[in-house]
Design a protein around this ligand. Structure first.
Ligand SMILES: *Cc1c(COP(=O)(O)O)cnc(C)c1O
Length: 374
């Protein structure tokens, strides 16, 4: 008889993970909801991507190309890269997980930043390694704080540039300084999920740094400006050694065929992407201006979302605003889990959604004036 008190046990660290909580997509009792909680584009994907995916419907019985060759070639052509240095993933989340899986184990440390993307921490802990969290400065990644945290156990540094949920960025000169200060056996991961939205001369996603070094990788996604979040497509540009190691452990068909087809069409449709970036830039400026005029503080954003900070007063804090906005159908993202208990993150939505949030927040802030006068 087997010992009945025995049971399966996850590896150490797994049960300490706080599971990822996605942005809300509904409100109890509210029929029409504007989902502004997951940084999805309000413009949808390129019509060419939709058509490419539809055309795939007849061949669903066949396995996809396990190398996602046409997609990797399309990405390489767009950015002037070698196809061999590109690996695609089921969302960039999968690539972040593969990096952690291949390079981290028990006793290793990986550095993340105070307001960094929560997926990094989950993947570090899932592989038994220790996340080392360093402070940011004004909701911006602090290169000196990262360098000060490096030990001989450090294996990976995860930096989202631009950051989520902050929307801020680090100039390329600072990223170069960060890389120059890291030991050569530490991988610098530049997560550039929002790179296509950034319009700053001193920003670069990191292509050059990857090309010049054996310990830098850059990840990108089709979930944001390309509007293909449902299909789960991301890519990583890195040195052959790192890409080759990841290739050995990934699922052999990690990208599905409709995803490969749609993403390939999407990345070729430059006109659509440029339109999406211009639409977004205009709204980021308008939202920042209008919300600031209401007495709210907005962290300057180079992305497709803004971080709105609320007054530290009864009835006006972020949870109050969240309830108020939700009751009107505007679903933003609570970011207490990211170290911002008194802020909400708003993704740029349609004209109608954005105007609606501004009007609702105007009412929300005016309620305070009424209570003060009473
Ligand atoms: C949205 C986002 C991603 C993209 O994730 P996918 O798995 O590609 O959908 C990656 N990193 C950050 C910081 C993000 O905000």
């Amino acid at each position: 008889m087997p010992d009945q008190s025995m049971k399966p046990t996850p590896r150490p660290g797994v049960m300490d993970i706080a599971a990822y909580v996605p942005g809300k997509d509904h409100v109890e009792g509210v029929a029409k909801v504007y989902k502004l909680s997951s940084n999805e584009t309000p413009l949808g994907p390129s019509p060419k991507a939709i058509e490419a995916m539809r055309n795939l419907a007849e061949t669903l019985a066949l396995y996809p190309d396990g190398q996602a060759t046409q997609l990797r070639e399309a990405i390489a052509a767009k950015y002037g890269l070698n196809t061999k240095n590109i690996i695609c993933g089921n969302g960039s989340d999968e690539l972040l997980g593969l990096l952690a899986h291949v390079y981290l184990g028990e006793g290793d440390e990986a550095i993340i930043t105070e307001h960094g993307f929560l997926v990094y921490k989950i993947q570090i802990m899932a592989n038994g390694a220790t996340p080392v969290t360093v402070k940011e400065k004004d909701a911006t990644v602090d290169v000196d704080a990262i360098l000060a945290a490096v030990t001989d156990k450090t294996r990976i540094v995860f930096v989202a540039n631009p950051g989520n949920p902050t929307g801020t960025y680090v100039p390329f000169s600072e990223i170069r300084r960060l890389h120059a200060g890291l030991p050569k056996n530490v991988i610098l991961v530049l997560d550039a999920a929002y790179a296509e939205y950034v319009r700053r001369n001193d920003y670069e996603a990191g292509l050059e740094l990857v090309a010049e070094n054996a310990n830098v990788v850059m990840t990108r996604t089709f979930s944001k400006i390309y509007g293909l979040a449902a299909l789960r497509v991301g890519w990583l540009y890195g040195p052959l050694e790192i890409v080759g190691a990841m290739d050995r452990v990934r699922g052999p068909f990690n990208l599905n065929a409709p995803a490969i087809a749609a993403a390939t069409a999407a990345i070729k449709d430059d006109g659509f992407t440029q339109h999406a970036a211009a639409f977004n830039a205009e709204w980021i400026e308008t939202l920042t201006r209008e919300l600031t005029a209401l007495g709210l503080t907005v962290t300057p954003s180079v992305t497709n979302f803004i971080l709105i900070h609320f007054p530290d007063e009864d009835g006006l804090r972020a949870p109050d605003a969240d309830r108020f906005l939700s009751s009107r159908g505007y679903v933003l993202r609570a970011v207490a889990g990211y170290g911002f208990p008194n802020a909400l993150r708003m993704s740029v939505g349609t004209d109608e959604a954005n105007r609606g949030v501004i009007a609702a927040l105007k009412d929300f802030m005016a309620n305070k004036a009424k209570t003060d006068a009473a």
